[in-house]
Design a protein around this ligand. Structure first.
Ligand SMILES: Cc1ncc(C[n+]2csc(CCOP(=O)(O)OP(=O)(O)O)c2C)c(N)n1
Ligand SMILES: [Mg+2]
Length: 657
């Protein structure tokens, strides 16, 4: 068996060679952390390259995602089908799954996309939460694994670290173990340029176990890992390392952080490391040593399957891990609503839907960033998920919006749970980097964002979203919903639960009149936009509205019809869903936008920018292209001209100039 150092040198060689071939990438971090990562992957990590998705595997997160060659080397060497050595040769090229940063959708074994520093660690917190929760539901026989993270100086400097570490410490997530690559170097140079806090003391103060080791000595790292495993608190292991270790003239400097070392330096490094093989060649003894290490948990996996097969919860467990959710609650719930349509805020309607959802779907885990009573995210039977009861299904995230969103990504990616969590829509800004990663990773996270417009009233412009709906709609693969009443809210919930990716539900604070009062043949909200009230007279106008403005559109249509002007009211709970409909549906609801015979009018209490897409430039757009103000909601709607009284004359003027 080769020494641990020789195994680690295979990582170093692959990292420098791949970055050199691509003339792009980050050799320093993989070369500095090679010994620590080798210790973790050859002695501690429970995984099986033969079945990367084995549900009870440990999760490994490379939070310092720029060091992507580290994880590519580890996956290749331990025997995963991909990346192949050719994939690694093509590092950072279009044809290769070895993308610049690790992408969870490109390679098995990459549990989460990383690169935006700090988020990997915060995502891992969610994975560790999901593990403890499922452990409390299914027991040690089926769920008993750890979450390991490699984080850099950057990950620990980012603000998200404070939220994530605070949450992990509070929840006593002892199965979360973070290895800190303490190389004292970032891009600009020494960490002394920008940091003098005591990182270890800070984590200790947040309830973490902390331990230091020589990160260049695999045996010492291994000892620290054992200590971390035996401690009940989340662990931070400070691995003192040398960035770019092995590159004789550049190691220990920022020069190795993010640039190819150059042929001369690589030749010297090969000498220094005693690595005589050519680029991309792994000698047989090293390849064999790594493969053996990769197969360490084959037996554990076989035993796990035996336990699964013996378990009376087998089918239920597998269905949960597969992400299946019941959809039968919707029809019953709609039946109740239609029997006596309630005039409620859509945040309240969401709570009513959640009562049905949470009793039908055991996988949901709710929460809020300290706005439980405002977001209406907690249902009656939900009890807190905390360190004394991981089986609870409601998380008090505290005032940690970003931490909540990143943790929800981790929970969704872990599988077996469906996370939803709330704050005010305006604070999607505080969650936005994680919402973007929900979308990129196609993680089924449901964001419950209440207080969705000036309709929240007195709290004023700091709390009133203006640009938020449209800016969220800009994020690819994120579905934004803004339901108009209780029926649409239930439909939007059903659509969000049924989809594979993330959703944002934008919900009103203020009560809304029911607009959907009759049963429909299908989930109309899932169509994105549909004709709520067809024109009676010859159609001259199409009114497009979302959420709280739909009832205004209904009133305007009635006034136009009184004058013999036919007006459709189209409710548009989701522009994203509408854009995804087939041409026939889109053409029927919104006939050719360039058709000037029909005036299209949009009404949404937010920015009008972007609504041209549906109204055409010749249409009319009503909204708010400035910040709101502090006043009771009805006064604000009047003040900003978002009433039937204000809008109807403008439409008439446009029709008859
Ligand atoms: C949120 C975020 N900000 C900035 C960057 C750009 N960036 C990538 S690596 C890096 C320096 C990180 O330093 P460290 O974690 O110490 O990594 P090392 O240089 O030790 O490899 C920066 C600023 C990023 N990836 N994510
Ligand atoms: Mg560093």
């Amino acid at each position: 068996m080769p020494t641990q150092r020789r195994l680690a040198n295979a990582i170093r060689a692959l990292a420098m060679d791949a970055v050199e071939a691509a003339a792009s990438g980050h050799p320093g971090m993989p070369m500095g952390m090679a010994d620590a990562a080798t210790a973790l992957f050859t002695r501690h990590l429970k995984h099986d390259p033969g079945e990367p998705g084995w549900p009870d595997r440990d999760r490994f997160v490379l939070s310092a995602g720029h060091g992507s060659m580290l994880i590519y080397a580890l996956l290749h060497l331990t025997g995963y089908l991909r990346p192949t050595i050719d994939d690694i040769r093509n590092f950072r090229q279009l044809s290769s799954p070895c993308a610049g940063h690790p992408e969870n959708f490109m390679l098995d074994g990459v549990e989460t996309t990383t690169g935006p520093l700090g988020q990997g660690l915060a995502t891992a917190v969610g994975m560790a939460i999901a593990e403890r929760h499922l452990n409390s539901v299914y027991g040690d026989e089926l769920v008993d694994h750890r979450t390991w993270v490699i984080a850099g100086d950057g990950c620990l400097m980012e603000g998200i670290n404070h939220e994530a570490a605070g949450l992990a410490g509070h929840l006593k997530l002892g199965r979360l173990i973070v290895l800190w690559d303490d190389n004292r170097i970032t891009i600009d140079g020494s960490t002394e340029l920008s940091r003098n806090e005591d990182v270890m003391a800070r984590h200790a103060a947040m309830g973490w176990h902390t331990v230091e080791c020589d990160g260049m000595d695999g045996a010492k790292v291994s000892k620290a890992l054992d200590e971390a495993v035996s401690d009940e608190r989340p662990s931070l292991i400070r691995c003192k390392t040398i960035i770019g270790y092995g590159a004789p003239t550049k190691q220990g400097t920022a020069a190795t952080h993010g640039a190819a070392l150059g042929a001369d330096e690589i030749a010297l490094a090969r000498k220094e490391l005693g690595w005589s093989d050519e680029a991309f060649v792994i000698p047989d003894d090293v390849a064999k040593g790594w493969r053996e290490a990769g197969a360490r948990s084959v037996k554990a996996r076989a035993e796990w399957y035996r336990r699964l097969n013996d378990s009376d919860k087998k089918d239920e467990f597998l269905a949960r891990i597969a992400g299946e959710v019941d959809s039968g609650w919707l029809d019953d719930h709609l039946g109740v609503l239609l029997a006596d349509p309630p005039k409620v805020a859509t945040r309240k309607a969401s709570e009513m839907a959640l009562e049905a959802i949470n009793s039908a779907i055991p996988a949901t885990i709710g929460g809020s960033a300290d706005l439980t009573g405002s977001n209406n995210t907690k249902t009656k039977a939900q009890v807190a998920l905390d360190s004394s009861n991981y089986g609870g299904r409601y998380i008090y995230y505290g005032i940690r919006e970003f931490g909540m969103a990143a943790a929800m990504n981790g929970m969704a990616l872990h599988g077996g749970v469906v996370p939803y969590g709330g704050t005010f829509l305006v604070f999607t800004d505080y969650c936005r980097p994680a919402i973007r990663l929900s979308a990129l990773q196609n993680a089924r996270v449901i964001y419950v964002m209440s207080h969705d417009s000036i309709g929240l009233g007195e709290d004023g412009p700091t709390h009133q979203p203006v640009e938020h709906l449209q800016s969220l709609r800009l994020i690819p693969n994120l579905t934004v919903y803004r339901p108009a009443d209780a029926v649409e809210t239930a439909e939007c919930w059903a659509a969000a639960l049924a989809s594979e990716g993330p959703s944002v539900l934008a919900l009103s604070r203020q009560n809304l009149a029911p607009v959907r009062t009759a049963a429909a043949a299908e989930n109309l909200s899932a169509r994105g936009a549909y004709r709520l009230r067809p024109a009676s007279a010859a159609r001259k106008v199409i009114l497009l509205a979302t959420g709280s403005e739909v009832e205004i559109a209904v009133e305007i249509a009635a006034r136009l019809e009184e004058q013999g002007i036919g007006a459709d009211v189209v409710s548009m709970p989701s522009t994203d869903r509408f854009d995804a409909q087939d041409a026939a549906w889109r053409e029927d609801i919104l006939p050719d936008v360039s058709n000037r015979q029909i005036l299209r009018v949009s009404i949404e209490a937010g920015t009008t920018i972007g609504w041209e897409r549906y109204t055409g430039l010749h249409g009319l757009r009503f909204g708010l292209d400035r910040f709101g103000a502090s006043a009771p909601a009805p006064d604000l709607y009047r003040h900003f001209g978002l009433t039937a009284d204000a809008i109807t004359p403008k439409i008439l003027e446009k029709l008859n100039p």
